[in-house]
Design a protein around this ligand. Sequence first.
Ligand SMILES: [Zn+2]
Length: 316
Amino acid sequence: MGGRTRAVVAAAVLLVAGACGGSGGGGSAGGTGVYGDPGAEGAGTTAPRAGAGAASAGGSRAPATTGADRGAGGGGGSAAAPTATAPRVGASGSSGAGGAAKQVTVSGPPGSYARPLLRTGDGQAILLDLLAQEGAALRPSAVDHLVAVLKRESGKAVTTSSTTIPDGPQQWTADDLTATADQRSANKATPDRHVVHVLAVHGTYEQAGVLGIAVRGDVYAVFTDEVGKAGSPLVPAAVIEEAVSTHELGHVLGLVDLVLDTNRGDPDHPGHSKSRGSVMYWAVDSDLVTQVIGGAPATDFDADDRADLAAMRSGK
Ligand SMILES: [Zn+2]
C-alpha cells in the first residue's frame, strides 16, 4: 500500500500530514493521496479551501470535511498551503456563517463552526455529543478535560450526551464519520445550543497513522484503539487520548488560523502550531506523536492558541 511506502522516509511529515490532511484524501488517493484525488484535492489543499467552502454550501459534504484538516496535512507538500488556510477560513465563513450569525451551517470544513461556538452572545450553551462504539468510548478523564476546556474558552455552559453507536467499518472515510454522526445523533443544534459531535470508534482512518481527525465544522473523531497502541509506559494512552481529543476540538474551534489570519501557524503543517508546548502541535494526532515530541504531548492550548480563541470569542 502506498501508506507503507511513505512510512519510511517521509514518515514524520507525511503521516502527520495524513493525520490531519488525510481526511479529504480519501482512501483512493493513497499515500500521496492528499493531492492525488482531484476532488478531494481541490477541497483539501489550500486554495481549494475556498472551493471546499463553496462545495459544502452546495451540499457536498466530503470536500468540506476534508478541507480544514486536509489542508493541514497537505501543507507538508505544498508551499501554497500557508496561504490556503486563511482563504479557506474566509470561504467557510462565508458559506457557513453567512450573513446571519444565527444560521449555523455545520456542513463546512473544520473551523466553519468556530465563531458561533465561541462568540459571546451566540447561543448560551454547547453540547458535546459523545457518540461511541461499545468499548471505544473516551475515558471520563478526557471528557472532563474537554468540557472544562470548552467551557473555559467559550464562556458558555457545556454539557455532554453519551450515545452508544453500532459497529462500523474497520477503515473509516471522512464520509463514513460524518454520515455516522448525522445518522446516530439525536441532538441537533439550535440557535441557543450548539452541538459538537465527538465520535470515538474502533478501527482506523483510511490513511495510516491517524489518531484523530476533524472532518466537519461540527464533527471530529478519535480512533481509540489507535490511541491505545500509541501509549507506552512513559506516555500513557490516557494522556494521548486527552491530547488528541483536545487537538481535534481545537480544529473545530478554528485553530490554528483556520478562521483568523494571525500568520503564526506552522507553514509546513497548516492548521497547526509551531510550538511543541501547544496541543495544536502538528504531531499530536499522529501515531508518531511521542516519537516526534520525545515524550508526552501537551494536552491543552498554549497562550497563543488561547489568545486566538479569545479573539474569536470577542467577535473577531
Ligand atoms: Zn491536526
